[in-house]
Write a protein that binds this ligand. Structure first.
Ligand code: ARG
Length: 583
């Protein structure tokens, strides 16, 4: 189904053409004065300059033609030359019926035919998952679902930080503590020797300890660098230990992401790019892009018109080791070989913007991807505490994601204590879903590039623009549907103003999907969901569905609330939010 503004633009464009004016003047949008009309076209104002005629005259002529359209209730020329349009109820019902029969529920397939890879999550193995990674998971998951909903073939890649110094630090520290482990011996034999089983709590303790130590102890820091280098060069004992670190970390990551309803098609990491590094170097050499600088190998990526300094990308350090940019470039080769994507989006903290600009420029210069491939950095802002500073634990430490998720779920459970609708057996799952909805919506309602304040009380409120309110709205619909099970339902008319508003809000959701997709901004989906939910609340207040005796009206209302539920659920699904049956 076309988006509704497109359907109207077609009608108005034809009217302009019939009057002898340029069709292109017919662009019609949603009215910004909803109390006056539903849709609005400002083309006559533009036409006035072209045709040297008063805009109101043009508007009047166009309205005259539009009056012949049976779908239009009223088209009015308003000084100085606006065209205000109101659709008639039969036509609104016809559009709504088309939407409800559309397999995409009116979501425009604007991404059809595109292959997209979304790089998000980005946790660092062996380091505890902290809340800095929460936004990447929430936003990336939503963008993935959005692109998929709009028809693209999309894959999410977690791109773990699993190959850098953090692993070297852990290896070096474990070696100090357990010198007798076979994996540290020069003659480690991968066929006969084993590595002890590690658990994530040990890793979570070892990494911060080793990281701190490396800042104070030069000898240890050197050992950690050496361990990193030897790992990257395939020392078998270290590889075996690394595999065990990966096993323990990945299991922990999976359980955290599962709680968040975030999942990845690809569980690759920086280590998987390692085998493409020789090819990367060769291709950079062939293009004569590599240059030596203080012992390191770099690629210049500055352009003449750069306003800010653009340092060269370091591809190999002086000790020949690879760094962040190396693995990101090699990963582009890997993605191109595996999927030849049309787009690669990176959902990463906005402070990494310069790194990605360097990487993208280098990738394009080296033709690692075709010129037309879109490499885009989708940076996000910080989640702050009520003091406006990055969210911390009570004692000022870095908040672990698992800790945050537990706090949120506990608070949601407490809120639900009073509810008679939540049974004991589904209390824990309901609390998790309500808690995650609160956190996700609280995040996604803000444009991703903005910082925001994490305010759990506000996010968990049943009122206002919250995930909790949206879930609650769905449960209100559920409760009516339960009481009216099996009744015949069919959209057939509009019986009050609140109902018309609700219908319009549903019809306009396609616009929100379009904007959100074009700008890669799920906040439009949040706004649209909220608009539908508030329109539903007014409708519910004004229409006594359960007591309605007129069976036609009752059936039409039931059809409308079923559709409301379906469309709200679609919005929530794109936000990565799972609904609950009752609360
Ligand atoms: N591991 C990185 C970090 O914690 C994020 C990875 C982002 N993705 C990428 N392709 N570099 O900062």
């Amino acid at each position: 189904m076309d988006r509704i503004t497109q359907i109207l633009t077609d009608k108005v464009s034809n009217a302009f053409e019939q009057c002898g004016y340029d069709k292109a003047l017919g662009i019609t949008g949603v009215s910004d004065r909803p109390e006056l009309c539903q849709f609005q076209c400002n083309g006559a104002l533009k036409g006035a300059k072209i045709y040297k005629k008063a805009p109101i005259m043009i508007a009047n002529e166009v309205c005259e033609k539009l009056s012949a359209d049976s779908g239009i209730e009223k088209s009015e020329a308003v000084a100085p030359g606006f065209i205000n349009i109101v659709l008639n109820d039969n036509y609104l019902i016809e559009l709504l019926t088309t939407l409800s029969n559309d397999k995409n529920l009116g979501v425009p397939q604007v991404g059809a035919g595109e292959k997209v890879i979304i790089d998000y999550g980005g946790p660092n193995v062996a380091k505890p998952l902290h809340i800095g990674h929460l936004r990447s998971a929430i936003i990336g998951e939503s963008l993935k679902r959005l692109a998929r909903e709009c028809g693209s073939e999309v894959m999410g890649d977690i791109h773990m930080g699993d190959w850098g110094l953090q692993i070297g630090l852990v290896i070096a520290e474990l070696a100090v503590r357990n010198p007798d482990w076979r994996c540290f011996a020069e003659d480690f034999d991968e066929n006969t020797d084993t590595v002890p089983v590690l658990d994530v709590d040990t890793l979570n303790e070892v990494y911060p300890f080793a990281s701190k130590k490396s800042k104070e102890d030069e000898v240890f820091a050197k050992a950690a660098h050496e361990a990193t280098f030897e790992l990257q060069n395939g020392r078998s004992g270290y590889i075996a230990l690394w595999k065990e670190i990966m096993r323990a970390s990945v299991a922990d990551l999976k359980s955290n992401y599962e709680k968040l309803n975030v999942d990845f098609e690809l569980w690759y990491g920086e280590s998987d790019a390692d085998k493409f590094i020789p090819e990367l170097i060769e291709r950079l050499e062939n293009k004569k892009l590599l240059r030596e600088s203080e012992g390191a190998m770099v690629v210049d990526v500055a352009k003449d018109d750069d306003k800010a300094p653009m340092p060269p990308v370091i591809v190999k350090k002086s000790d020949n080791s690879s760094i962040y940019a190396t693995t990101d470039l090699a990963t582009i080769i890997q993605r191109q070989k595996d999927f030849a994507p049309d787009k690669i989006w990176y959902v990463v903290d906005k402070r990494q913007g310069l790194h990605f600009e360097q990487v993208f420029r280098c990738a394009k210069k080296a033709e690692l991807v075709p010129e037309t491939t879109e490499l885009e950095f989708l940076g996000f802002g910080t989640m702050n505490g009520s003091d406006g500073k990055p969210y911390k634990t009570r004692d000022g430490g870095v908040m672990r994601l698992s800790e945050l998720l537990k706090t949120v779920t506990d608070s949601a459970a407490e809120k639900l204590m009073a509810s008679e609708f939540v049974t004991d057996e589904n209390r824990a799952e309901t609390a998790r879903r309500v808690g995650m909805a609160a956190v996700k919506f609280g995040d996604l309602i803000n444009h991703r590039a903005k910082d925001y304040i994490f305010d759990l009380d506000k996010f968990l409120s049943f009122e206002g623009k919250t995930g909790t309110y949206l879930l609650y709205t769905v449960t209100r619909i559920n409760s009516i549907l339960k009481k009216t099970d099996d009744e015949k339902t069919e959209l057939c008319g509009i019986y009050n103003d609140a109902e018309r508003e609700l219908i319009l809000s549903i019809l306009l959701s396609g616009e929100a999907f379009c904007y959100a997709h074009a700008e890669k901004a799920p906040n439009y989906i949040c706004d649209s969901a909220y608009r539908i939910a508030t329109a539903f609340s007014r409708f519910y207040h004004d229409s006594h569905i359960i007591n309605e005796q007129d069976s036609k009206k009752r059936g039409s209302w039931l059809a409308l609330i079923k559709l409301t539920k379906a469309i709200l659920t679609k919005h929530l699904d794109v936000l990565g939010i799972e609904t609950v049956d009752a609360m």
